[in-house]
Design a protein around this ligand. Structure first.
Ligand SMILES: *Cc1c(COP(=O)(O)O)cnc(C)c1O
Length: 372
């Protein structure tokens, strides 16, 4: 045995030991009872029927490895969005694509910036590669471009920005995204995470795809988990300059992307009626919910303005977010309370079906009355 090797077990790297594990949205109450899940921003309309059928068609070919190049899906995405197929990378959810971005461009001692109240995966992806998470302050829960730019140092390698942002639902306008990009060194990879972009109004184009097409340091990520209703199958992708995509492919697990996932995603892209209905439902019930919350302003409730399929409700009066979370859970509705992310005073609530939203409001009204 080489000298100095005296421990009793393999030791995880210190930066791995420092990771606080991701906490998924809950589907059950403490007693194991199944609850209605308004905690993971899934689509209350389900999955497009054509995507289900395409998924089933994969069942006869399970002995074969999937196409490691995801050729058919990339061709479909390229045609659908008017982008180049050879500049697309894919993964098991956009989570994997975010990890690939950190893994290809940052390492021990480097810095990766994300916003306070940002997507929890950014910090995990940062620490996983030994990089240091650097947190940029928000501006009333929204992304503050100046704070991000002020946080850049010569060690910065990646900036993660979700637009709309999760868990706040806030949106950063095209000019602000352009200003962020213009202020970054060309050596810093700007990752624009568009997990909720399909919920935006047509006039709300943040320009991310265009930046990824024309600039050498921008990666856009998208997912099939939200409006396309395929969260279980884990389909995400990224688009950027050839050199960015090439580096990410080098560290990708070659067959991570299953055949059912690829087939279902291709079919979901064409489910126009389903996607339109999902966007319409979200617009209608998010608007309703925000108005109802505004009606409880005198009880200290406030909704952060959202362009996504969820709303961050702040509790700044007698009723606390924790008490509201427990009451909703007791009534059978799981929402997202995020004290670990500095949001002990907020609940992120996914826009669900009509009866679910009405039931949530009934619980909140009863609770504010009780709290006085
Ligand atoms: C839900 C979400 C994702 C997507 O995750 P998948 O791994 O694709 O399911 C990515 N980014 C943000 C900000 C999200 O909220």
């Amino acid at each position: 045995m080489p000298p100095g090797m005296t421990g009793n077990a393999p030791e995880p790297k210190p930066w791995i030991a420092a990771i606080a594990p991701y906490v998924p949205g809950r589907a059950t109450a403490d007693d194991g009872r199944k609850v209605i899940k308004l905690s993971s921003n899934e689509n209350p309309l389900g999955t497009p029927e054509a995507a289900r059928e395409a998924y089933r068609s994969a069942a006869t070919e399970l002995e074969r490895y999937p196409d490691a190049g995801a050729t058919a899906l990339r061709a479909k995405l390229a045609a659908h969005y008017g982008i180049e197929a050879d500049r697309i990378v894919y993964g098991t959810g956009s989570d994997e694509v975010l990890h690939l971005a950190a893994g290809a461009f940052a390492g021990v001692g480097d810095e990766i910036i994300h916003v306070r109240y940002g997507f929890a995966v950014y910090e995990i992806a940062t620490r996983r590669v030994g990089a240091v998470p650097v947190i940029a302050a928000d501006r009333d829960y929204a992304t503050d471009v100046d704070a991000i730019l002020a946080a850049v140092t010569e060690r910065t390698r990646v900036v993660f920005v979700a637009n709309p942002n999760n868990p706040t639902g806030t949106y950063t306008a095209r000019e602000e995204i352009a200003r962020l990009h213009a202020g970054l060194p060309k050596t810093v990879l700007l990752v624009l995470d568009q997990a909720y972009t399909e919920y935006l109004e047509p006039e709300d184009d943040d320009g991310a795809l265009e930046l990824a097409r024309t600039e050498s340091n921008v990666l856009v990520t998208r997912t099939f988990s939200k409006i396309f209703g395929l969260a279980a199958e884990r389909v995400g992708w990224g688009y950027g300059a050839p050199a960015i995509i090439d580096a990410m492919h080098r560290i990708r697990a070659p067959f991570s992307f299953g055949i059912g996932a690829q087939r279902a995603a291709i079919a979901a892209l064409d489910a126009h009626d389903f996607i339109t209905a999902s966007r319409e439902h979200n617009r209608q019930w998010r608007g309703w919910f925000e108005r109802e919350i505004a009606g409880l302003a005198n009880h200290g409730l406030r909704a952060v303005p959202s362009k996504a399929n969820f709303v961050m409700v702040l509790f700044e009066g007698a009723l606390t977010a924790e008490a509201a979370y427990q009451a909703l859970m007791a009534a059978g509705y799981a929402t997202r309370w995020l004290p670990g992310q500095g949001l002990a005073h907020g609940l992120r609530i996914t826009i669900g079906a009509e009866e679910e939203m009405r039931a949530v409001m009934a619980v909140l009204r009863a609770e504010v009355a009780r709290a006085g």
